[in-house]
Every structure is written in C-alpha cells, then in structure tokens.
Design a protein around this ligand. Structure first.
Ligand code: MRU
Length: 369
C-alpha cells in the first residue's frame, strides 16, 4: 500500500506506519483506522472534509495531538473542493469532538494563517500548513520524550541498586497512535527504552473503549517494550505494594492553573499516587494547554458517550471473528463520561517539549514565549 511506504517508522527492524501520513503522489491523507486495532492494521484514505470529520467522530483517529493534525488536513481537503469553504470547514470540524483542545488550537491556526490568503491560493497554503503541523507534532512529541527521559534517568539512579526494572503506570493511550508519532507519555517511555533504562509499563485497560488494552499494548508490543495489562482498578493495589515507581499520563486539555483533563479514571490514579508518595507526571504538548481556561469544571466540555460502550465489550472470539457481547441486564441504564479532571495539587509536574514545569499558573506561564 502506498501509504505504508510513504513514511514508515522503523523500530528495531519492525516497520510501523505512522498514525497519519500524507501521500503526495495520490494527494491523499492516510490514517491507521484505530477502531480495528489490535486485530487488524488497516490504513484508510481520507479524501474529503466529510472523511476527516467521520474519522475524528468515530475515533478512527483519536488522541488530542492527532485530532488536531487530522483537522488541519480536513481544512485542506475542504479548500481543495471549494476555496471559499474555510469558515464552513472550521465550523464542521469543531463539532466533531468536544474535549481535546488541540482541535480548536489547530483550527485557530488554520483561521489565523489562511483567512488573509487570497482564496485561489488557500488550498495550497492549507496543505503546507497541515504538513507543517504534522512535522511539528513529531518534533514536539520527540521533545517531550527527551524532557521526560531526564526525569526517568534520575528516578532510575535512585532505584537501580534495589530493583531490576523501572515500573511505569500509564492510563489510556498517550502513545504514537494518539499523535502523528512518538506520543506524549509513551514518548518518554520510548526514549527511556532507547537509552537502555529497564522500563516496564503497567497498562490500564481503560474501559469502556479499552484504549490501553487495544492500543497501548499494541504499540508497546510493536516496539518490544516490556509491559503488563491490568484492569483499571489494580493501580492502587500495585502502588501500595511498591510496584509502581512513577505514573505517566497524557492530557486532552490542561488549564492555565495546571488542572489536567484526561481520560476518565486518571483522577483516581492520581489520588492513589498521592496517597502512596508516587510521582504523577502529565506529558503534554504546549498545544494541549488551554491558556484561556481557568476553571476546569465549568469551562471544559466533558464528552459524554453512548451508554452502549459501557453495556457491551467487543473482542475476537475463538474463531478469530470480531464479536460484541453484552455485559449487563437488558435495558440497564449506563452513564459514560469520557474524561475527568485531576486537580493540579495531585500533579508532580508537566512534561512539555519546552521543559518540565510545575502544574501551577506560574509554571505554565513560563512556557509562553
Ligand atoms: O478519547 P480518546 O481516546 O481520544 O482520549 C485520549 C486520551 O484521553 C489519552 O489518555 C491521552 O492522554 C490524551 S491524548 C495524548
């Protein structure tokens, strides 16, 4: 498939396609369809604004950084069809998912950089911008990894004499699949593994969509990083037994005060880490900070998803077929909040591409150029 040869990432002889890449020869955006993982590695083309909206809404692409870059390509594909469609495209894309701020961040960059361009040249400029955001995302996530590596090196120095591995607990998927490449929390893990730190990752399964089980385990296995899948309730127990050295999670939106919105369940992990004196770091690009947001509980729209995700589970049966099973009595009411808020006081630090800062207003202000 042409997209596989466009920008593969070769990790220890294993070729892993990027979660998104643009194919010049076909003028097409290719994504990994994450709804098919870990059962099939399927790349699908995005050829129109509607394709991009569908990919974001249906979570074929997901994760804050990747949603932002996909949206920028959506603007390009819309302008390729109709060079006057800038505001209409931004409007459509902004409605696809509510919580990750990278979506509005990317769309605002499109508006700022394209609205002053003459209409005939907008599509070309929109493509250049989307490609720039794609390249920036890779560099930014690699930078997050480098910043976090220093933290893990320090932590390992203090543990190396008493244990054989450095145990990291993560929640959801904040890996290469959630960005164009590298990821946020997992970028730190990948850089640490490359630096030969003996990392081992406890992966929360992350009900109801199981991004941990399906996606994080998949990409850690691709990169041969030692990991163990756990159900969402185990983290506190492992922490009490001294089996977690550090928690590393991502963020979909962080306020200017350092309160962190991330996948539902993150808050409970942070509480348990605090109670057990375990460092709890959030790895995020500066583009995931909502500098206009002071009050996480009032200002961040928390996505509420269909109760059917809670009432069912999808997996592969013994015959290798995908099957959905129901988990509760018929007609059971279910609630399905996608994200929660971890208060800044529970966050040891924010690992960004510009450095590690405290989860405070002054720490975050220091990131502004
Ligand atoms: O609903 P998703 O899968 O798009 O949510 C993504 C997350 O919440 C991840 O945990 C991640 O930390 C934020 S994006 C790197």
């Amino acid at each position: 498939m042409s997209a596989l040869s466009e920008s593969p990432v070769v990790i220890d002889q294993v070729t892993v396609p990027r979660s998104l890449c643009y194919d010049r020869s076909l003028d097409t955006v290719w994504i990994i369809n994450q709804t098919q993982l870990p059962y099939a590695l399927e790349q699908v083309p995005l050829k129109s604004l509607e394709d991009c909206c569908h990919a974001i809404r249906s979570m074929q692409v997901r994760g804050a950084p990747l949603i932002g870059v996909t949206a920028a390509y959506g603007v390009y594909l819309a302008l390729r069809e109709d060079c006057c469609a800038l505001e209409a495209a931004i409007n459509e894309l902004s409605k696809t998912r509510p919580t990750a701020v990278n979506l509005s961040w990317a769309l605002q960059r499109c508006r700022n950089e394209l609205s002053t361009v003459i209409t005939e040249e907008r599509a070309e400029q929109a493509l250049a911008l989307a490609q720039r955001l794609e390249a920036e995302d890779i560099a930014v996530c690699a930078g997050i990894g480098d910043q976090g590596l220093r933290l893990l090196e320090g932590l390992w120095q203090s543990r190396a004499e008493s244990q054989e591995r450095l145990n990291i607990l993560t929640h959801c998927n904040a890996g290469a699949l959630a960005a164009v490449d590298w990821g946020t929390a997992l970028a730190v893990v990948y850089k640490a593994a490359a630096a030969e730190l003996p990392v081992h990752v406890w992966v929360d399964e992350t009900r109801p969509r199981n991004q941990g089980a399906a996606l994080t385990c998949w990409e850690l296995a691709q990169r041969k990083i030692p990991h163990t899948l756990i159900v969402d309730n185990v983290g506190g127990h492992l922490m009490q037994r001294g089996q977690v050295d550090v928690c590393l999670v991502g963020s979909d939106r962080t306020t200017r005060r350092g309160d962190v919105c991330n996948k539902i369940g993150t808050y409970l992990k942070a509480l348990a880490a605090h109670d057990n004196d375990i460092p709890f770091y959030v790895a995020l690009p500066v583009s995931s900070i909502d500098f206009a947001c002071m009050d996480a509980h009032n200002d961040i729209p928390i996505e509420e998803r269909s109760g059917s995700e809670v009432l069912t589970a999808t997996g592969r049966n013994a015959a290798g077929e995908l099957q959905q099973i129901s988990l509760a009595p018929e007609a059971t009411p279910a609630s399905n909040y996608g994200f929660d808020i971890t208060p800044a006081r529970l966050v040891t630090g924010l690992i960004t591409e510009k450095g590690v800062v405290s989860a405070t207003e002054s720490g975050i202000a220091s990131l502004i150029d």
